[in-house]
Design a protein around this ligand. Structure first.
Ligand code: BYC
Ligand code: FE
Ligand code: FE
Length: 471
């Protein structure tokens, strides 16, 4: 079951060959995908050989193969975790009933919407990152960027398979539209806010991989519980790949921090920027931006959509089976801080309506672990500085804090104060210009740009100075 059929045009472990209609439909979508990749994927590196991992099984040990491939030749495929015998719906009104192997008619629209929203983020991120290859600080980082890009492409395949297989003509239309929307395009933007934000520098990229891919982790964890079994199984395998994306973000920023600390200790009387490094304060501003934008990705604090997804067994909580005892969640409430006439007022809301906020809270706790890792680096260098996550109310554009103003600790402030303080909290145009000015490519094996430290070790047992990309 777990082995993947690579003799097929579309590698898969779902026995595509036995469903000719579906196979033909996906093979018809494949050239459109490749055309999209050619137009909107990483620019100018299509002929280069890159040391990439490719999924070859869904077994937890040894699921990936490493070797040189050019990106358009990457074997994007459809891989689901193996079917479990007698899997049950793990939450909601139908708790304990057999999981669905097909889409229940009454949930078709909601399920399609969830899958399309998930799917849309995958190509969006590739579009956002398409120019970064030109300014990579090393071959090691260049390879990591491309690894993330091809896997986000595969995540799109994972969702398009579900759309084609279970949603008929509507699903095929959605799959087409997924290749038509464009990140940041005012006329046909990507669905969710963060996925329309520009990623012009590697500092943005590392923050995105740390904080936005982590939204991916938590949304996938919630969908991995779905009563719609094919969705749960595909999300479980996507999570296996996701771990590396988070690693790229956390260690990437960690290495920028390390470099800055080294420069600060070598030149205690100078500003880090005078020596080509990015100050810790400036990194904090980028963190504030990407965390607040990614915090929006959980939707409204109180959401009837979320309650409905939970009730119907479509989308659960992260680690639903392990972390909770009451999987029906009809009793109990969740405390939410509302703003009433400029004051914070606690209000209890029915648990099911708070599902977005519950997932957001799990996400923010997980973010903190990465921040702790960065603070250890700072401390190791004997520098008195601490990175902090902005409060969940800071700089929000979605949900009940939208339109009001809060400082980094979540304290309500007036608009005038916000306008005065904003430049100290979020990257300014000048900040962005400075970071952009540092983005000069470094393409010799084992060499790194001056603003970032090398990693402790290379990838997959290879040395740091390995030729990760053959230019
Ligand atoms: N921007 O009840 P509400 C990933 C919309 S990342 C713009 O508040 P609901 C990845 C919402 O769609 C994981 N619009 O929230 C990472 C709704 O619109 P309509 C992606 C937003 O419905 C890095 C309205 O506001 N996966 O994989 O509970 C690289 C009110 O809805 C935003 C998913 O998101 C926003 N930030 O939605 C690559 C999972 N937030 O219907 C990949 C699937 C909300 O009124 N999606 N809206 O037009 C979902 O589960 C849900 O749709 C949401 C919350 C989590 C987005
Ligand atoms: Fe993804
Ligand atoms: Fe990812």
């Amino acid at each position: 079951m777990a082995s993947i059929d690579y003799s097929q045009k579309i590698p898969n472990n779902v026995d595509l060959a036995s469903d000719k209609r579906l196979q033909r439909a996906l093979e018809k979508w494949q050239p459109s995908y490749l055309k999209w990749w050619h137009e909107m994927g990483p620019t100018d590196f299509e002929t280069k050989e890159i040391y990439l991992r490719t999924a070859v099984s869904v077994e937890s040990d040894g699921w990936a193969h490493f070797g040189y491939v050019s990106m358009p030749e990457y074997r994007w495929g459809v891989f689901l975790e193996p079917l479990q015998n007698d899997r049950r719906i793990p939450f909601g009104d139908a708790y304990g009933k057999p999981a669905w192997q097909d889409v229940p008619g009454e949930y078709r629209t909601d399920l399609r919407r969830l899958i399309v929203t998930q799917a849309d983020t995958e190509p969006a991120s590739v579009e956002q990152q398409r120019l970064l290859g030109h300014t990579a600080p090393s071959l090691y980082d260049l390879r990591n960027l491309f690894q993330v890009n091809v896997e986000e492409g595969r995540h799109l395949w994972a969702m398009v398979y579900l759309l084609h297989r279970y949603f008929g003509k509507d699903g095929r239309n959605e799959a087409e539209e997924l290749l038509e929307r464009r990140s940041g395009n005012p006329d046909r933007p990507r669905i969710l806010g963060t996925f329309n934000e520009p990623i012009n520098t590697w500092l943005d990229f590392f923050c995105f991989a740390m904080f936005t891919d982590r939204d991916g982790k938590f949304q996938l964890l919630a969908l991995a519980e779905s009563g719609f079994d094919p969705l749960a199984r595909t999300c479980r395998f996507m999570l296996t790949e996701e771990a590396h994306h988070l690693f790229v973000g956390q260690t990437g920023l960690g290495r920028v921090i390390q470099r800055t600390c080294e420069v600060m200790n070598a030149h205690p009387d100078a500003q880090p920027r005078e020596h080509g490094a990015i100050s810790l304060e400036l990194m904090q501003k980028y963190i504030n931006f990407w965390v607040s934008s990614s915090t929006d990705l959980y939707g409204s604090e109180v959401s009837s959509n979320a309650a409905n997804y939970f009730a119907t067994g479509l989308k659960g909580r992260a680690y639903e089976e392990k972390a909770y005892q009451d999987h029906v969640a009809l009793e109990g409430s969740y405390s939410i801080e509302k703003i009433v006439a400029g004051e914070i007022v606690k209000e209890e809301v029915p648990l099911r309506n708070a599902m977005n906020e519950i997932l957001r809270t799990d996400y923010l706790i997980d973010n903190q672990k990465g921040v702790d890792y960065w603070n250890k680096i700072v401390k190791r260098h004997g520098i008195d500085f601490e990175f902090k996550l902005p409060h969940r109310r800071f700089n929000r554009q979605i949900g009940m804090y939208t339109g009001a103003f809060f400082d980094l600790d979540g304290k309500p402030i007036d608009e005038h104060t916000w306008n005065q303080k904003k430049a100290g909290w979020l990257p300014t145009e000048r900040d962005r210009e400075f970071v952009l000015s540092l983005m000069q490519p470094c393409r010799e094996p084992g060499k790194f740009a001056a603003w970032i430290a090398p990693p402790n070790k290379g990838l997959n047992g290879q040395p740091v100075d390995f030729e990760y990309v053959k230019l």
